[in-house]
Ligand binder design. Structure first.
Ligand code: ADP
Ligand code: MG
Length: 393
């Protein structure tokens, strides 16, 4: 059992609210940063895991184009860290730099405190699973999986033993004699995973490995990966553009945007405390209200004044973020009013779209069983002030 995994249960015991700081006075930017740091205070047990991979000032330019701006990132021993971001944000580039498949323009990379920057890919203790599984079509499943050990000149008997073991691990023990073209996408994915795990790399990199699978299979494979991660204790860096996948899988998410790191944190940390409008938009659904703070402790918007979650100096332009689940309909606090224009039924909840102004539609949620608001009905919108986030970038 890996240490990072071990902290996962623990994390639930520390919901964001318990380390909510009391910000009494605040000064524009500086005060916000203090507040943010205090909120994101990492629970002490997380710092117990040593750093597996230390990335310092690493960057990559292709000619004039900066694919990756210099960035720092610590990946902890045994954690499953997801690089999440839109297409072109630099996820694959970062993964290739970690694997040693691409040379960095600046910066360095330390694994277990040893500088790897100049080390060729085949000498790094790193396994890579690519999106297009890249299985050898003329080799059987067992031969594909055995390939890395054969390349390393391992004794045959030992290799066979180990092939059996990893095929069992990924639930493919009965299909060793098949050829890749007689396997489903999910089965090929398992073989690719087994081939990566057979030489027990202490760091596994997976680039959009599940993106080609249909939803049901993808969810099954996500659980498999979590289980393998738990059982092997390997450190995994997983790349995806799918925020749901990142939320479901990750110990931590490294959110990327335009070749830079936007935010790093536990899934619930980023969801509850997005640090930028980009983060608030990319992970989950957000209602965004742009405006300017006043000396009276509210934010003025074109739709009216909205309460601030904390005391913030006047005159600051920013965006207030409110998640749909925090919007109260016809409750005690009503800051906005609108008309229900759409209802989307989703089993346990119904999503309501409420037109507040021609250019503002607010998303709210109603739990199953609540008395349903009909399309066309007028509704008052409010939220507990502390459930909103005020963002300045
Ligand atoms: P992601 O994996 O997040 O989709 P990539 O890391 O593949 O993003 O790409 C980041 C940016 O770098 C993209 O704009 C891409 O076009 C560019 N890029 C990647 N590889 C090369 C290359 N070999 N030459 C030039 N530009 C590249
Ligand atoms: Mg990519």
């Amino acid at each position: 059992m890996s240490s990072a995994r071990g902290t996962a249960n623990h994390v639930e015991l520390y919901p964001g609210d318990t380390n909510e700081p009391v910000v009494t006075a605040s000064l524009a930017g500086a005060g916000q940063d203090v507040a943010r740091e205090a909120k994101l205070d990492v629970p002490p047990q997380e710092s117990l895991a040593p750093t597996k991979l230390k990335i310092e000032g690493l960057s990559k330019a292709y000619g004039d184009f900066q694919a990756l701006h210099p960035l720092d990132l610590d990946i902890r021993e045994g954690e499953l860290l997801t690089l999440l971001g839109p297409s072109g944000s630099g996820k694959t580039t970062l993964l290739q730099l970690i694997a040693g498949l691409v040379k960095p323009s600046t910066g360095k990379l330390l694994m277990d405190d040893i500088d790897q920057t100049a080390l060729p890919a085949n000498q790094r203790d790193v396994g890579v699973v690519f999106q297009n599984y890249a299985l050898f079509p003329h080799l059987t499943v067992s031969e594909n999986v055995a390939f890395p050990l054969r390349m390393r000149g391992e004794p045959r008997a030992q290799t066979l033993e180990r092939v059996k073991e990893v095929l069992e691990m990924v639930g493919m023990g009965h299909l060793g004699d098949r050829f890749p073209d007689a396997l489903s996408g999910g089965q090929q994915q398992r073989v690719a995973l087994a081939r990566c795990m057979i030489y027990r790399p202490s760091l596994i990199l997976m680039d959009e490995s599940l993106s080609a699978l249909d939803r049901k299979l993808r969810e099954t494979m996500q659980m498999e990966i979590r289980r393998l991660h738990r059982e092997t204790g390997a450190t995994i860096v997983f790349v995806t553009h799918d925020q749901e996948e990142a939320l479901a899988l990750s110990d931590r998410i490294c959110l990327m945007n335009g070749g830079r790191i936007e935010q790093v944190g536990r899934p619930e940390e980023i969801y509850e405390h997005p640090e930028s409008v980009f983060a608030a938009n990319f992970i989950g659904v957000s209602n965004l209200f742009a405006g300017k703070t006043t000396d009276r402790g509210v934010m003025e918007t074109v739709f009216g004044s909205l309460p601030l979650p904390e005391s913030i100096a006047g005159g600051i332009e920013g965006t207030l973020v409110v998640r749909p689940e925090h919007i109260a309909l016809n409750g005690d606090d009503r800051y906005l009013e609108g008309e229900v224009v759409e209802r989307v039924y989703a089993g346990a909840e119904t999503r309501l779209l409420i037109q507040v102004a021609p250019e503002l539609v607010v998303t709210a949620r109603q739990a199953a069983g609540a008395s349903m608001l009909e399309i066309g009905s007028r509704v008052g919108l409010g939220w507990a002030a502390e459930n909103a986030r005020f963002l300045t970038r």
